[in-house]
Design a protein around this ligand. Structure first.
Ligand code: ARG
Ligand code: ZN
Length: 422
């Protein structure tokens, strides 16, 4: 009897240990810093061969010694991945142990949650809701907002840009903002919605937005990659690219921010369809990048400011990303982002890095900002919004308002400067 009891306790304590110890029930984000070349190789292998998703850097190609890697590890690969790390004597830290909970928080069915006091703009929205919002915004503001169909996605979803025209002056200049080039960067579409709502609510109330809208129309594309965005809501939260099918192999998707005609597919992009930075078959091969490029080509005489919204890492970037060369108006651009970063620091006590893309993050050819710049839009920027890696792409909804407000104040700062200079 006694031995039985002991046996019972032993078996069960083992079970307890196992569930509390190494068998993960949730997806995790690990922070891993390889110290040796050998460890770099092990990590490259792990991130490309297992069901993981790299958060940082964007492709395993960029993993190097003494540089932090953020890796999404699904629960069912956890044991294997941690085993491999252990074997290579690579230490790791768990950045987030509750990714599933955070994803649930981001997608919670808010309409049925009576405890929620947050507004529409302080939540993430699926594609259907965003299309509904686009339509409603246009209907509620018939004299100032117009939805323009600029093209359709690979899976034939519409690409709607909103045109905000608050003042009927002739020969007005314009700015362009696109959001959601990369599917998993959910704070980006949230920003586009935030911006529109702010512009409509604060015109004639806030001096800066009034000055901007008196001098410029705004074209705003809330979801440039609707197929990818939809996919992150239904199937894989970590998806980045669009959803175009490659004929020659099984891999899906082109990185739309490598698909523009700016030193296309040189160092920093990949011609390998299975990578996250696949440049596509040729420049503008994708209907999404083609639609944006076509629209800007036909509006290049009015559009003076181009803005593309991404996340995460808190950076204000300008051309070039496709070469280490300096842009012709480098000092102008630098001055603008420097001031924008200062304004964010002053108002929100938050730090944004700034500079040319290639020198601030990495060489990344084929980007929309460089392409727009080369087209002749001399004020061209990419913003990387919150955060710096604490939550990464899983930024909780409670952070939306601060993330959007600080980006908004940066947009205002830059737009006012553009008006002053042109
Ligand atoms: N994280 C962005 C990307 O990888 C950076 C964009 C900077 N601009 C650029 N043209 N690459 O696409
Ligand atoms: Zn991005």
């Amino acid at each position: 009897m006694r031995t039985l009891l002991i046996l019972f306790v032993l078996i069960h304590s083992d079970k307890l240990l196992r569930t509390g110890g190494c068998e993960e029930t949730q997806d995790q984000i690990l922070s891993i810093t390889p110290r040796t070349l050998e460890q770099v190789d092990i990590l490259k292998n792990i991130s490309s061969q297992h069901e993981t998703a790299l958060w940082q850097p964007v492709s395993s190609h960029y993993i190097k010694e003494e540089t932090e890697v953020h890796l999404f590890v699904p629960a069912n690969s956890s044991e294997t991945v941690k085993g491999l790390l252990h074997k290579g004597a690579i230490t790791h830290e768990v950045l987030l142990s509750n990714a599933n909970e955070l994803i649930e928080m981001q997608t919670r069915n808010y309409s049925t949650d009576p405890r929620s006091s947050s507004s529409f703009y302080e939540r993430y929205h699926n594609l259907e809701d965003i299309f509904y919002w686009i339509n409603k915004t246009q209907q509620d503001n018939p004299s100032t907002v117009k939805a323009i169909l600029i093209g359709s996605s690979y899976e034939k979803r519409p690409l709607y840009a909103l045109k905000l025209s608050l003042n009927n002056d002739l020969n007005k200049k314009a700015m362009w903002i696109d959001c959601g080039i990369h599917a998993r960067e959910w704070i980006s579409p949230a920003f586009c919605l935030w911006f529109v709502q702010y512009a409509l609510a604060f015109y004639k109330i806030n001096q800066d937005i009034t000055d901007i809208l008196d001098n410029m129309d705004v074209y705003i594309l809330p979801v440039m990659n609707p197929d990818g965005y939809q996919y992150t809501w239904t199937t894989n939260r970590m998806w980045r690219k669009n959803r175009s099918v490659n004929r020659s192999n099984n891999c899906i998707g082109v990185d739309l921010n490598r698909n523009f005609d700016a030193n296309w597919c040189t160092e920093g992009a990949s011609d390998e369809p299975c990578t996250e930075i696949y440049c596509g078959a040729y420049p503008e091969s994708e209907p999404e990048s083609r639609a944006v490029a076509d629209f800007l080509r036909s509006h290049k005489d009015s559009v003076q400011l181009y803005l593309s919204i991404h996340s995460y890492s808190q950076m204000l970037l300008f051309p070039y990303s496709c070469t280490l060369d300096e842009a012709e108006n480098h000092n102008d651009l630098l001055e603008m982002v420097q001031e924008a970063a200062q304004v964010i620091r002053r108002h929100y006590r938050n730090t944004y890095k700034y500079g040319s893309g290639a020198k601030t993050i990495y060489l990344a050819p084929g980007g929309s900002d460089d392409w727009a710049y080369k087209l002749g839009i001399k004020y061209s920027f990419t913003f990387e919004l919150q955060d710096r890696g604490r939550y990464g792409f899983l930024l909780p909804p409670s952070y939306i308002s601060k993330a959007c407000n600080e980006a908004l104040i940066a947009v205002k700062t830059i737009a006012l400067k553009v008006i002053e200079k042109t």
